[in-house]
Design a protein around this ligand. Structure first.
Ligand code: PLP
Length: 422
């Protein structure tokens, strides 16, 4: 029996309406930028499996590092114990994170890295006897599916049944070149009228919103105003982290460093789930006290799982290597040329790119999970390219090791997709 037939009996898939969804595709192997299905078909992984496998699937360097670690120490409670991979990874990360980052807190996925960040921010003020109960976040942001992260997220397609149970969140639009003044005005009003604990944002690029790229200067102004009013700035770099924007972290485009940073996805190069919440010394120090209850009582069983740390260490070494840096700049250059190539096509409404991120908005009305979207998806799969259109936005975020011919095949499939709609 095929994988897809055996699957259907027992499995409840994420983000899936099982009444109407077709059977899932059985994938048996992945290498570099290529996925292989059980029928022997190949697909180029144009989104690096949700931007995790950035150094290519089953990368030998990463697999070897993880294998060696597995034979040495598999798992250990991270309260009261420590180990070499965690110590090494923390030092390596702090070398490349923005200068003010000083402590590394481990968790196990992107949502929990945001969840921990929000709890840190709330308790930071609580420990200082400063009653602050409001979170500021962007419209259409995405920060994960646990309650705190979901509250901060502004994509209502996912939130409907839960909104009554959310944290207190005030939303502002992202600053674009034309609206910075209005957004600043709104932020000032919110901070004046509410007790704001933190501002959570995806720096420069809103991933799930359709790779929306916004103004760095605008964000800079917002961050400065937040800092001046004691509002902790939480940069959710779960998507943007580790080279996607052509810098190690999108926060490097800004002068103001965030107080807290959330990491996951490419952190462990697509091998093992892990999340990290890093923070400044000022944040950490607010938890030091003779009173036990002022400590941060938040833990995940698999915190700092040693093989996951080994994957992350090997991943950072690769990220900083000349080969990967060249890959990143080659993709950026290719994206730029492709954007020019299709910008004036009548079915293209807008093209955006930053680093290895490219997004094309089609000049066609397409709902986020509707029939047209599925037609677009299947067009790409039939062309041997795995892309997941978000409504009318087709985005590409390929592994840094993608071959030029494979990238061209993705571009070609996008050009052909423009002819689907008349
Ligand atoms: C994917 C994502 C998350 C959630 O991460 P999970 O590992 O899926 O829980 C949070 N924030 C951003 C910006 C993301 O892209």
């Amino acid at each position: 029996m095929k994988l897809s037939e055996r699957d259907i009996k027992n499995i409840w898939h994420p983000l899936t309406q099982h009444r109407t969804a077709g059977p899932p595709l059985g994938i048996v192997r992945a290498k570099g930028s290529t996925l292989f299905d059980e029928e022997g078909n190949e697909y180029i992984d144009g989104i690096a499996s949700w931007y995790t496998a950035m150094y290519g699937h089953c990368n030998d360097t990463i697999v070897d590092a993880v294998t060696a670690q597995m034979k040495q120490l598999d798992q250990i409670v991270f309260t009261g114990f420590t180990h070499e991979p965690a110590v090494q990874l923390s030092a390596k990360l702090l070398e490349i994170l923005p200068d003010n980052q000083d402590k590394i807190f481990f968790n196990d996925n992107g949502s929990t890295s945001v969840e921990a960040a929000i709890k840190m921010a709330l308790q930071f003020h609580h420990n200082k006897n400063d009653k602050r109960n409001t979170i500021i976040a962007f419209e259409n942001g995405f920060h994960g599916d646990t309650f705190g992260a979901m509250s901060a997220s502004g994509l209502s397609v996912y939130n409907g049944p839960f909104e009554d149970f959310f944290l207190k969140v005030k939303r502002i639009p992202v600053p674009m070149d034309h609206n910075v003044k209005e957004v600043m005005k709104l932020l000032k009003e919110i901070i004046k009228n509410n007790s704001c604990a933190a501002f959570v944002y995806e720096p420069l690029v809103q991933g799930a919103a359709g790779m929306k790229i916004y103004s760095a200067e605008g964000l800079e102004k917002l961050l400065r105003h937040c800092k001046q009013h004691g509002v902790l700035c939480i940069a959710d770099e779960v998507m943007t982290g580790f080279g996607k924007t052509a810098k190690n972290f999108a926060s490097e485009y800004l002068k103001t460093d965030p107080d807290i940073i959330c990491l996951s996805k490419a952190l462990t190069a697509g091998l093992i789930p892990m999340g990290i919440t890093s923070c400044s010394l000022e944040v950490f120090n607010a938890f030091l006290d003779d009173d036990l209850a002022k400590g941060f009582f938040h833990a995940h069983t698999y915190s700092a799982n040693p093989p996951a740390c080994a994957a992350a260490i090997a991943g950072i070494d690769l990220l900083l290597s000349e080969e990967i840096q060249q890959g990143i700049s080659a993709i950026s250059t290719a994206h730029k040329a492709f954007a020019e190539r299709i910008r004036s096509h009548k079915k293209v409404a807008e093209v955006r790119h930053l680093g290895v991120i490219l997004a094309v908005d089609l000049n066609v009305e397409i709902s986020r999970y509707g029939k047209l979207r599925d037609q677009l998806y299947h067009h790409f799969m039939d062309s041997g390219v795995f892309l997941r259109p978000l409504g009318h936005t087709v985005y590409v975020l390929p592994p840094y090791v993608i071959q030029p011919g494979q990238l061209e095949q993705i571009y070609q499939a996008i050009i052909e997709s423009l002819d689907l709609f008349n």
